[in-house]
Design a binder for this molecule. Sequence first.
Ligand code: 6LW
Length: 527
Amino acid sequence: MTITKRLLAALTGGCLCIAASAQIDRGYQNPIIPGMYPDPSVCRVGNDYYLVNSTFQYFPGVPIFHSNDLIHWNQIGNVLDRPSQLPLKNANAWLGIYAPTIRYNNGTYYMVTSNIGNSNGTKSNFFVTATDPAGPWSEPIWLDQGGIDPSFYFEDGKCYFTSNPDIGIWLCEIDPKTGEQLTESKLIWEGTGGRHPEAPHIYKKDGYYYLVIAEGGTEMGHMVTIARSRDIYGPYEVNPDNPILYHQRKITQASPIQGTGHADLVQAADGSWWMVCLAFRPQINGMHLTGRETYLAPVEWNADGWPVVNGNGTISIDMDVPTLPQTPAKSREAVYDFARMTGFGHEWVHLRNPHFENYRFTSRGLELTGTSATMTSIESPTFAALRQQDIDFALTSTFSMIDASPGAEAGISIYMDVTSHYDLFIRENADSTQSLVLSYQLHSISGNKAIVPLPAGENVTVKIDGKDDRYTFSYSTGGAEFTTLGSLDTRFLSTETAGGFTGVTIGAFASGHCTGIFRNLSYTPAK
Ligand code: 6LW
């Protein structure tokens, strides 16, 4: 789809002199960041773009990505990477870190977000700062104005702060060094009547303050609306063509993308405007498992000075539009040979506040020490996971369990929340034998789908094939062919069934008295 410089050179007889600085690329695929990367916020500094997402009960929190084309993103770190910045006691998929905003002002990067369930006294909104977006980021500075979805807008030395403490968007000024609230909070817009007016961001263009928000809730009725004012405190004039992004009309009835909302705008270095937003891809009867993901759409301004998203307020998987000059895409196939690793990459996550002494990279692989915290515990079980980024994928891993007491488990969990996960693991039996167990935990329903005997202490290789309607589990020992253990329905792990704001993560765990030794793990998106 992309017209490469090489093709252009061929067409023009090798002369690239005209095309060198022009916008020559076209087309990209949504989502630009697949898997559980919700509530995106973006800022530009020169030709560099930075993007952050919410992370709920996961540690580290708030992944930060860099891009030069708004399409291909490289994770450069996690903003909240210390327990002092990210207390997550008892956090589940409804709690923890909600929508963040990233902004740059005068040499400093700001990330402002909420920690729901682990507030500082009565305060749940806080910000951290950095001079390098890859970190380190500061300790939290807590803010008085409540509600969720905090955002900053900087102008003339002032820092304006918006969030939704009550039904509607409220504004005040704060001191961006201390967090002190300098003016009284004022209600500036209640939205167009959709439920949950939230996700406010303010921008200035042609003398207007534009206030972009989300309405409708983060499910199917999600949408993006906008109002503007010459005075940042209002009154705000409502766009007659709201919503500017909405997938609940007939034209998007069959779209693979639903729940579009929670947007942030950015003007690119070449003057073009873009929107990042969240949406999800239903995979079975309108249900989704991969979480709310990050999408990109071009924005143009109409003659009346209102933004129009991708021509008609909808987005698609294949975006046939002019883009910024594109950097090459990287393969998302991930192969981890743990014996060659010394630590986790930025993409790995843990539940709540992990006990890192239970995670070790040795010449044998990734060694996980189990504790009394199981995958169904609201503490922090020993668990290192990746996001499920694709509806169709294959995951394999080879592991063994040693030094185990009866009841100990080591294996792979497909995890939506503490209430809802499928686990494929080696279990230590009372007679010191071992079994491979496929189990399900679905709120109050739990049980084992399959149990087969295993040679004690030996390696087992497991394979999980994800498809829209089912996960299929296979295993192999001693280099034999894979044997299918069984399948479990995807729908029971979906957000619609399990609840919460997250998507599925998949990874290695150990629980009870044992050491799980994971040799490798690979995740391959289906072609
Ligand atoms: C977030 C809110 C929303 O804070 O869901 O989709 C909440 N939007 O804006 C949790 O992500």
